[in-house]
Design a protein around this ligand. Structure first.
Ligand code: PMP
Length: 429
């Protein structure tokens, strides 16, 4: 009782000093005080399993990142107007993970800044302004990126040069013709731009379509769409803020699942394991149309401490074999969840790539009608069982399962057991 008074006080204080734009998860807010690996602890000492945080991708408070940041912070922290080896060494390590054509890197602090610059580069390369995104896409919080983020809802008007295509939902559209269908949707929007005198600049998409409801789709289905974009003189911006850095298990980058070559890759969230680091990596000739004419300076972007954190992240992914681990744990979790699907009609679909899985709750598997209420109740019931996650998709009925890559077998048991119990107590079909 004492502590719920404390929770009430904290919640009230937030509203008083932070204003209305900040949203809390959960009907009973969680007050976290400590993290380690895939686990979190609240102020009462209750332990939670983190099934949501892809920023702390190596695990919360990873010692290698703490050491790297601590050491560099105690040595020197300046900016990119002085020579420093850290940014060059890191860039060599980063470029080694990418196809050789993608050979120039720039650094910022957030995914929004990376996508903002990517849009400006795409517009400068193509000479156009028109950007295509998916129905529920989220690409950032700046004026340019919120103008290509329909996920923000009707309160945030899209830019007049933005066009929206339906998300490639293999569960409803089918696997077989998904690639041709998606390319056709894009062609229709390029035609619409032309009809309105808007020149096409490119497509920005996250290859796992996270906010559209976690839609990995069949391998390679994006290829026809990307080929079309290139034929039409546009650029493909692969927003790797969610799928990048070994998340999909089978590849280091999400776009690699599709055998396509992006013109621009943007990164963020897991890049510094919680230290704010983001990047834009591009084909030299695409970037040059912008960088030959305009200077770019980002006060904190690419500074020695940020680069030390980012280097530690790449090193740990390699040393701990986290990409293979993500593939293995992801497959195991997917199999377990498919087993659970056999027992509940409410689980309409389970899909994923590595440790990024969407579990879709429906009212009836025949109609596939989304069950948003059940999803919301499941999230709360999971929280009572110490499992933290959230929902995605236009109807908010898809559980978004995206734990730190440190996730282990015993965590799969915890998650699947808690999900089973939650569905049971909620009387799911
Ligand atoms: N792109 C994607 C796909 C994202 O998920 C996000 C953040 N949710 C962003 C861009 C924006 O990143 P940031 O919040 O670091 O600006």
């Amino acid at each position: 009782a004492d502590l719920s008074q404390a929770l009430r006080d904290l919640t009230h204080k937030r509203e008083q000093v932070l204003g209305g734009a900040y949203r809390l998860f959960y009907r009973r807010p969680v007050h976290l005080v400590k993290g380690q690996g895939q686990y979190l602890w609240d102020a009462e000492g209750k332990k939670y399993l983190d099934v949501y945080n892809n920023v702390a991708s190596l695990g919360h408070c990873h010692p290698a990142v703490i050491d790297a940041v601590h050491q560099q912070m105690g040595q020197l922290n300046t900016h990119t107007r002085y020579l420093h080896e850290g940014i060059l060494d890191y860039t060599e390590s980063l470029l080694a993970t990418l196809p050789p054509e993608i050979n120039r890197a720039m650094y910022m602090c957030t995914g929004s800044e990376a996508n903002d610059l990517a849009i400006r580069v795409a517009q400068s390369w193509s000479g156009g302004t028109g950007i295509i995104v998916t129905q529920e896409a989220y690409h950032g919080t700046s004026a340019l990126t919120s103008g290509v983020s329909p996920a923000l809802g009707s309160g945030q008007p899209l830019s007049p040069t933005t066009r929206v295509v339906p998300a490639p939902d293999a569960y409803r559209i089918g696997h077989e013709h998904l690639g041709a269908w998606f390319a056709d949707q894009i062609q229709q929007q390029i035609d619409d731009m032309a009809a309105h005198g808007i020149r096409f600049a490119g497509l920005i998409a996250d290859s796992l379509f996270s906010s559209d409801g976690v839609l990995p789709g069949p391998r390679g289905f994006l290829k026809p769409a990307i080929d079309l974009i290139h034929q039409q003189g546009g650029v493909f911006i692969a927003d790797e803020v969610q799928p990048g850095f070994a998340r999909t298990g089978e590849h280091f980058w999400g776009f690699e699942r599709h055998g396509v070559l992006p013109d621009i890759v943007t990164t963020g969230k897991p890049m510094g394991n919680g230290f704010p680091v983001s990047g834009l990596i591009a084909r030299e000739e695409v970037l040059a149309t912008f960088s030959d004419h305009l200077p770019y300076f980002n006060t904190f972007g690419g500074n020695p401490v940020a680069m030390a954190a980012a280097q530690a992240v790449l090193d740990v992914i390699q040393q701990e074999g986290l990409q293979a681990h993500s593939a293995q744990m992801g497959q195991r979790l997917l199999t377990e969840l498919k087993g659970l699907q056999q027992r509940y009609l409410s689980i309409g679909d389970v899909r994923g790539a590595g440790l990024f899985i969407g579990l879709e709750l429906v009212q009836d598997p025949a109609t596939k009608a989304p069950d948003q209420q059940l999803a919301l109740d499941v999230i709360e019931a999971l929280r009572e069982r110490g499992v933290l996650t959230s929902v995605a998709g236009p109807h908010g009925n898809v559980l978004k399962l995206r734990p730190p890559l440190a996730f282990q077998e015993q965590d799969i048991d915890w998650l699947v057991g808690a999900l089973d119990q939650s569905l049971q107590v909620l009387g799911a079909r």
